[in-house]
Design a protein around this ligand. Structure first.
Ligand code: SF4
Ligand code: SF4
Length: 487
């Protein structure tokens, strides 16, 4: 089976934990067997000679939560991932729910919540020749009618928080750096790509981690919204009573959702229980003979308005575009948002997104843009996608000759619209240039919104969920990284 992981996780020429196809090397604690059973058995044949038989080898089981995402064992990791986060697992949850309802064991029923990424939606819309709004309604109808989803959300909404906090983090760090603080490392390297984070943690560890943005990715902020805000303020249930599924453009997101940092020990619950890639949704349609275009329409939910009275929700929804986008490329628009907003906060300069002009460097996945005021360069930002460009940036930082203040880093060449979990061309089984272009056009076909102007986002900053309280902000919107030591 060919791997759908990003190239950075697939690379196997690094001096890494193990080579491809080998067994998992993570040290796993095995229960010691009683000596009586595990001692060497001596068998004597008729002639009396003794044959020593080794005790049977105990097989260690590794779960996805244990996985280090080493680059070498994509095959093993992939099997683990596919078994533990798959459409079959979701179907199992639905079947169990039915049984619990039949047996009047309502307290065991898990509510299904689905969050769709804008990249996956664009890929599905392009594949089924639908416009984005129609595709969204059909997907909502599909998950609600066929998978009993109570709510379907759009991670463009959780991305608003990720963008706003990225700006806040950058401005704070830039100011501290200007004042000479050695803790305020620049450039800030974006963190929403788990392929890049896995590589950074295991390959460059303690050196590179202080440069990485601590802001959670849109997937994991949606995880906090669903398992924290929704559970407490809308359902009044514990997080383990929700099964949260996300639809994402890559398999690497399965690794992200399995990080210990996003696991609630007390309730034994993950913020995102199951990540399905776009391609797995397409496979599901094919298996079930579903034509997305002829599905019944469903409603896209807004988690932040659920506890309001229905009239005001309706009025708000009428004003709100069903789907919208953020300025910038298909990977979330981090560079554009942080550049425009920090130009204002740091230099009181009104930079229009359309004034951002990139200069291509070595290739189309490595480009830079400067903020120049009165002929003086104030900010230097860059985009570095794909393994080679990332390696190049890391080397520059190591040699202390990296000229940038902020770098948007993504493991996949061309970014998230080209993720390993996106739908391939039927004929060639690859994401051809034409198909990628169609996905890009579809992705950009809706209006851009400015995150700071979204009234629903503002409501949540004022709500009990965040309450403009530093501790709550840290818990729900920020994370941390950990060096992975090689054996
Ligand atoms: S990626 Fe996970 S399963 Fe594979 S070797 Fe590393 S720890 Fe083991
Ligand atoms: S670039 Fe985007 S699609 Fe590719 S691995 Fe990173 S997050 Fe996933």
């Amino acid at each position: 089976m060919s791997s759908k992981f990003s190239g950075i996780i697939q690379i196997n020429d690094l001096d890494d934990f193990i080579g491809p196809g080998q067994e998992c090397v993570k040290p796993v604690k095995l229960e010691k067997r009683p000596t009586k059973k595990t001692g060497v058995i001596e068998l004597a044949d008729e002639s009396g000679s003794v044959e020593k038989q080794k005790p049977p080898v105990q097989k260690a089981k590794i779960s996805l939560d244990d996985c280090l995402a080493c680059s070498g064992c994509v095959t093993s990791a992939e099997t683990v991932l596919i078994n533990q986060q798959s459409a079959d697992e979701l179907i199992k949850v639905i079947e169990n729910n039915k049984k619990f309802i039949q047996d009047d064991k309502f307290c065991h029923v898990k509510k299904i919540v689905v969050s769709i990424s804008p990249q996956s939606r664009a890929s599905l819309a392009a594949r089924y020749n639908l416009d984005l709004n129609t595709c969204t309604k059909k997907l909502c109808g599909f998950f609600k009618n066929c998978f009993s989803a109570e709510f379907v959300f759009d991670t463009t909404f959780s991305r608003e928080f990720s963008l706003i906090e990225s700006e806040r983090e950058f401005v704070e760090r830039f100011r501290k750096n200007e004042q000479g603080s050695s803790d305020a490392k620049l450039p800030i390297l974006t963190s929403s790509c788990p392929g890049w984070i896995c590589y950074a943690e295991k390959t460059h560890g303690s050196f590179i981690l202080p440069f990485i943005s601590a802001v959670k990715s849109p997937q994991q902020i949606m995880g906090s919204l669903v398992k924290d805000y929704l559970c407490k303020n809308v359902f009044d249930i514990t997080p383990d009573k929700i099964y949260h599924v996300t639809i994402m453009p890559c398999f690497d997101k399965k690794l992200e959702s399995s990080r210990k940092d996003f696991f609630n020990e007390f309730h034994q619950s993950k913020d995102v229980d199951c990540v399905l890639s776009t391609i797995e949704i397409e496979n599901l349609f094919q298996k079930e003979n579903i034509d997305l275009g002829s599905m019944q329409d469903g409603i896209l939910d807004l988690p932040f308005t659920l506890n309001k009275d229905q009239t005001s929700v309706k009025q708000e929804l009428e004003k709100q575009e069903l789907v919208y986008n953020h300025q910038g490329g298909g990977s979330g628009g981090y560079l554009e948002h942080v550049l425009v907003t920090s130009a204002k906060s740091l230099f009181d300069f009104d930079l229009k997104p359309e004034q951002i002009v990139y200069k291509q460097l070595r290739n189309s996945d490595f480009k830079e843009v400067n903020l120049e005021i009165n002929g003086e360069v104030k900010l230097r930002f860059a985009i570095a996608y794909g393994f080679r460009n990332i390696q190049n940036i890391v080397q520059k930082i190591k040699k202390k000759n990296c000229p940038y203040h902020y770098i948007e880093i993504m493991a996949c060449p061309s970014g998230c619209l080209n993720g390993g979990g996106q739908i391939r061309d039927e004929q060639t089984n690859s994401l051809s240039k034409d198909l990628l272009q169609k996905v890009e056009i579809t992705y950009n076909s809706v209006k851009d919104q400015i995150p700071d102007e979204n009234r629903f986002v503002k409501n949540l900053y004022d709500s009990v969920w965040l309450g403009n309280d530093e501790e709550k902000l840290k818990k729900n919107l920020y994370t941390s990284y950990h060096e992975i030591e090689k054996n």
